[in-house]
Design a protein. Structure first.
Length: 777
């Protein structure tokens, strides 16, 4: 019912509460103003929004007063049939006394007990309560009206069961003895049969409570007839009852099933790993003694949040957030928001965010500026998911720049990082309702949207909302910290242990990019269809290459095959590894207007759009090619806008909960390319800032040699295996990087190849016997 319907339904006598004063509606003027008067004669007036003078309220004025919570419209209970029936059940004092003659005395005793000072309250013994009663009431008057004086046991029963101090549950203090249906007691045979079936429901995979309840009633009927009863292989021995047995109801059976759920039944139904994941204790036995000693990290999808690019108005996908939580203080030291699946890239960005100062949300900048100090160098260990997308040498090597140790959680053991698991659930609850941008209803339905529940937010808006939710979490008292705020504990730890900060953060960020080995000459290098060159700086790079790698084969046009890192979120530059200075050098793209700040997926989609449009770049100058690419990008974005309607922030009109939309996921898979960042084969590219002063890997400039097929016995032990069971079920669709042939696709699936027979395989290889794997050991 809308507000206008509420105002239209008001009638003379309706109660309005304005600024905690009750008014009763008398009439409604022809100009649609309301006239109401209180029981003391006050007339309801509200300030006019234009003149500020008191006036009879209009619909708009009453709506504004409701929004500010100054006006409350009371409902008429007698208009609702449910409330009318409830009012009819409420008895008067005379009716209660006719049903229970002790009710008036019971009310007086409870009221006198509540009004008694705490120091004067007696003990709840028979002598103490009897003495207190005779002191508070006239014995002869009580006997004359009620026939006798209640004993100590009766007084104690009234006080314990009929009320407690400050909360008298039964206001009328009426005894409903004999008029309230008592709980029927089940026979012991029925209880035994029910418990056996409850255990069977929890221990047998696929057995539902509905099926178990039917079997329970069947076996109770068999037991009532004296027939043998067997439940899940257990035979029940009993004597035939003298009276027929009656089964209890479905609700009690549901409670019995809930009580029967434990580690044994879970293991019987789903296996040992399911029991360990749900009932086993968490993590290693070591507990942190200070802040930044143990940091847990976990990724969680936010599929309900559909992100769009603010500048280009292009859909980019559902949100994924990686959280890093300090166990001792329960503070989130870092997080990363992206639209891609969890990967090494998101892991490293979250670690980097934990090492840099935070931007305090606007609403907390003046009151709590210390929120910016929740960061630092992790003196202990990072504990993160034992998932396939996180297992890499780059995590262990490059992570040493910002922490002392990197450790995997137990495989299939989410309780090993239970603190961050519980923490990001709290943050999601703080973000349950957010302002959003609803799309137009006709086009919503095309993609399966519900205009009351779906909302679109930009990446920038989502990051602001997440930062505000985390700031609110840091300022909320936590039971795990003895009801102290995480920010207070963090500030205390900073004063005790100091604040260590990581160095050379930019060198750590270079570890996030994708690795390629490309030729580099005087004109630079080419990558992803773009040219990267830094003009005169190319000559100094070539000179450093000559010092480190020796002279080039072609002295007139020297060219070296170098290690280059590119980034999925910005193709405007690449990082070239200088083996002489042992550092990365940023080389910009020659098409700066087109490539600056552009994500790689948009560049690839632009090239696909150019091929579909039949664009021809042959014979054009670089400037003309850049202009053509900019026009093609604008055309591709226009096509996306036609498929996905624009949702501007100023058009936000609803506050709605977000739900997952499978159709949006399918649409996104066709419109946006999800880039999976490959791990760095060289591992760490910078010096590690700790006491060992370890240098970089010696094979940093060696392109890793990997066999295309065959055995994997020479695989690095830290890489993910093809048969590794991952902890995160959502990543099971990710094909292993080093999986064996045919392990990722079942026979007959699209894209799978039939495995050739041994004879055919030998003929295809020229009947040459392959080398044994022992040759490479």
């Amino acid at each position: 019912m809308s507000n206008f319907d509420i105002y239209a339904s008001l009638k003379p006598g309706s109660e309005l509460v304005y600024k905690r004063t009750s008014y009763f509606l008398t009439t409604r003027t022809p100009d649609r103003r309301f006239m109401a008067i209180s029981s003391t004669g006050l007339i309801l007036t509200m300030p006019d929004p234009e003149s500020g003078l008191p006036a009879f309220p209009t619909v708009a004025m009453m709506r504004a007063a409701q929004a500010s919570r100054e006006l409350v419209i009371r409902s008429d209970p007698l208009d609702d049939p449910v409330r009318a029936e409830a009012r009819a059940e409420e008895a008067s004092a005379e009716e209660i006394e006719a049903r229970d003659s002790w009710a008036p005395l019971r009310r007086k005793v409870l009221k006198a007990w509540e009004m008694e000072p705490d120091d004067d309250l007696p003990a709840l013994s028979d002598s103490g309560l009897t003495t207190w009663f005779l002191r508070a009431f006239d014995k002869q008057e009580v006997i004359a009206r009620f026939g006798r004086v209640p004993c100590g046991t009766t007084l104690r029963t009234w006080i314990k069961k009929r009320g407690r101090r400050g909360d008298r549950r039964a206001v009328d203090a009426e005894s409903r003895s004999g008029r309230v249906p008592r709980r029927r007691k089940a026979h012991q045979i029925v209880v035994n049969i029910g418990r056996l079936h409850a255990v069977a429901v929890e221990a047998i995979t696929g057995r539902t409570q509905k099926t178990g309840f039917k079997l329970f009633k069947r076996d109770v009927a068999r037991a009532s007839r004296g027939q043998p009863v067997e439940v899940n292989g257990v035979k029940l021995s009993y004597e035939k009852p003298a009276k027929p047995l009656k089964p209890y109801g479905r609700e009690i059976f549901r409670l019995e099933c809930h009580r029967a759920k434990n580690g044994d039944t879970t293991q019987a139904a789903f296996g040992k790993k399911a029991r360990q994941a749900e009932y086993r204790g968490g993590g290693v036995s070591k507990e942190p003694t200070r802040y930044l000693e143990i940091v847990e990290q976990d990724d969680t999808p936010f599929p309900k949040y559909f992100l769009i690019d603010l500048e280009r108005r292009v859909p980019v996908g559902p949100a994924t957030v990686v959280f890093s939580m300090d166990v001792f203080t329960r503070c989130f030291i870092g997080w990363d928001v992206s639209f891609e699946s969890p990967s090494i890239s998101t892991w490293m960005r979250a670690v980097a965010h934990g090492a840099e100062p935070k931007e305090v949300p606007k609403r907390y900048r003046e009151s709590h500026p210390e929120l910016a100090d929740i960061f630092g160098y992790v003196v202990g260990a990072y504990v993160y998911d034992n998932a396939l997308q996180n297992i890499s040498k780059a995590n262990e090597d490059a992570g040493g720049d910002l922490c002392h140790e990197v450790r995997l959680a137990g495989e299939g053991q989410p309780t090993h990082k239970n603190h961050v698991e519980r923490g990001h659930q709290t943050v999601q609850s703080l973000m349950s309702e957010v302002p959003g941008s609803p799309l137009s209803v006709p086009r919503m339905r095309k993609y399966g949207y519900d205009p009351q529940k779906h909302v679109v937010v930009t990446i920038q808006e989502f990051r602001v909302l997440l930062a505000e939710a985390i700031a609110k979490y840091h300022l909320t008292p936590s039971e795990a910290l003895n009801w102290r705020c995480p920010l207070d504990v963090w500030t205390e730890q900073m004063s005790l242990h100091g604040h260590s900060q990581a160095r050379d953060l930019d060198q750590f960020l270079r570890s996030i990019g994708d690795v390629d080995y490309v030729p580099f000459g005087r004109t630079g290098c080419r990558l992803h269809g773009l040219k990267y060159s830094d003009g005169q700086a190319n000559e100094s790079l070539l000179a450093d290459f000559a010092h480190a790698l020796g002279p080039a084969e072609d002295t007139e046009d020297p060219t070296y095959r170098v290690k280059v890192k590119s980034y999925t979120d910005d193709i405007g530059f690449v990082s070239v590894w200088n083996p002489h200075t042992r550092r990365y050098v940023d080389v910009p793209c020659t098409k700066r207007r087109y490539a600056s700040g552009k994500p790689r997926w948009l560049h690839e989609r632009t090239l696909e759009h150019a091929a579909a449009m039949g664009a021809d770049f042959y014979g054009k100058t670089p400037e003309e090619v850049e202009e053509a690419l900019i026009e093609l990008e604008a055309g591709f974005i226009d096509d996306l806008k036609a498929a996905m309607p624009e949702a501007a922030a100023r058009e936000r009109q609803t506050m709605a909960r977000l739900i997952d939309a499978p159709n949006v996921r399918r649409y996104l898979g066709d419109a946006v390319s999800m880039i999976r960042v490959q791990p760095s084969p060289s591992g760490m590219e910078s010096l590690v800032e700790h006491e060992l002063r370890s240098t970089i890997r010696r094979d940093a400039m060696v392109e890793p040699q990997r066999r295309r097929r065959g055995s994997q016995t020479d695989r690095d032990s830290r890489d993910a295996g093809g048969t590794r069971e991952i902890a995160d079920a959502a990543t099971r669709r990710t094909p292993p990087r080093h999986g064996s042939r045919g392990s990722n696709r079942a026979a007959g699936e699209p894209g799978s190849r039939p495995r050739p027979k041994r004879a055919e395989k030998s003929q295809a290889a020229g009947a040459v016997k392959p080398l044994s794997t022992s040759t490479f050991k």
